[in-house]
Design a binder for this molecule. Sequence first.
Ligand SMILES: NCC(=O)CCC(=O)O
Ligand SMILES: [Mg+2]
Length: 333
Amino acid sequence: MDLTYRPRRLRRTPALRSMVREHSLTAADFIYPLFVHEGADVEPIGAMPGTNRWSLDRLMGEVQRAWGLGIRCVVLFPKVAEGLKTEDGAECFSEHGLIPRAITQLKHELPEMTVMTDVALDPYSCDGHDGIVSAEGVVLNDETIEQLCRQAVVQARAGADLIGPSDMMDGRVGAIREALDDEGFEHVGIISYTAKYSSAYYGPFREALDSAPRVAGGKPIPKDKSTYQMDPANAREAITEAQLDEQEGADILMVKPGLAYLDIIHRLSEESELPIAAYNVSGEYSMVKAAAERGWLDERAVVLETLLSFKRAGADLILTYHACDAAAWLRQG
Ligand SMILES: NCC(=O)CCC(=O)O
Ligand SMILES: [Mg+2]
């Protein structure tokens, strides 16, 4: 054939392929989510094979392992004792709570590790919602934000580097920025869950924290989070969310979930000059694990291909439960 262009020329050898490779993964791209709980045990999480709830005394071993693999940021999620859950989620700003204690210990033992936190009421709420639920069953925006600001300040005081509001209340990024600045934490950043969709992919995570919406008292409780998290049908709305978060002072914008929302990651990376993070959520993780356990997928190849797809879509950072495995595989080359 008389072809001028033969794209296969640049695919012919490993060296040529490495020269024209457009995207790559490194361990510093990853943010590693860790679950913590009270007590002395390390509890495997059934719906997320390979992950655990860590006791505070065992947490550091895992954080040190991640650091050794080149991971430079962890995000902490608490499994809060049932007895501490209330309608207003006030445990979220207890100075002696699980998360402030975990941050303090972590920053004492490994100050170089970046610590990101989650800001929302769901782990602390007996209703399992990210905000306060009114007697009429409405998730209240402005009242919730007061709690979130207190939560963020307590986390910053304990030593958090990046505050991650995951609640999707309107105006919370600006309010948290102001609360942090008022307390002298102008150096603490905000990684906003900017486009967080009301997704079925969070199922395994809610088992991990036992934080699914539920009926506790007599009042009506919304069965899902669709009055505050985004509708999976919407893309343009994510741009509005991004513009608002940027105006309000977010430092990093996040899209969540990741894999079913690569178009959103791409759009935000085109719209904004801020770093973009993708959350490779629990359901995405567990699907791969389940298929790999059955021998239906090559776990290593699928995980690295998936993580690379987030970079290709435009993400700078990836929150992923695969972080340590992926970092180790990248090291092996
Ligand atoms: N706010 C944190 C999450 O909701 C994580 C969800 C997941 O990994 O499924
Ligand atoms: Mg918003």
